[in-house]
Design a protein around this ligand. Structure first.
Ligand SMILES: [Fe+2]
Length: 169
């Protein structure tokens, strides 16, 4: 039995009448599914850079990435559970180990600055996606998803500030 088969569960059979439109819930579950995948990937990449960083930035980036992957891993649970609360299945589409590894295959040659720039690009990508999803949640009166995404945006924007501060050392 595959992991996908284990994780696939049926949405609730009883109708949902909580003020959130069915089409909206489906669209938001899809958007959150993409956000979940990107959050997992950023968790893994932060961890890999945590292990492999070398040079003068070692201590700063080693410690900062630990803070980040700890928060990001906790966030994956929150995002997936929000998807379930929207009555969609927790997403497992396209999951493979390759999905979560860094795009760059030259990790042993990467300088700490390259790692920081890579992390900045990934955080910024997620921030843009979350901002679009948060706006969609807001206009559809989905206060809970909007609130969750606002909190996630706060984390990522703070992470970006810190990564940029390290990069300018
Ligand atoms: Fe560690």
């Amino acid at each position: 039995m595959t992991v996908q088969a284990v994780l696939q569960v049926s949405p609730s059979a009883s109708p949902i009448n909580n003020g959130l439109d069915d089409t909206y819930r489906k669209d938001m579950a899809e958007a959150l599914s993409d956000i979940l995948g990107s959050t997992y990937k950023l968790t893994v990449v932060s961890h890999i850079y945590h292990w492999n960083v070398v040079g003068p930035l070692f201590k700063s980036l080693h410690e900062l990435t630990e803070d980040h992957y700890t928060d990001l891993f906790a966030a994956t649970d929150e995002i997936a559970e929000r998807i379930r609360a929207l009555d969609a299945v927790a997403p497992v589409k396209g999951v493979s180990f390759d999905s979560f590894t860094p795009d760059r295959d030259d990790i042993s040659d990467l300088k700490a600055q390259d790692m920081v720039e890579d992390l900045i690009a990934m955080h910024e990508d997620l921030v843009r996606t979350m901002r679009r999803a948060g706006k969609l949640a807001g206009v559809n009166d989905d206060l809970v998803t909007e609130d969750m995404l606002t909190a996630r945006l706060s984390f990522h924007e703070k992470a970006l500030w810190m990564l940029r501060a390290i990069d300018s050392e």
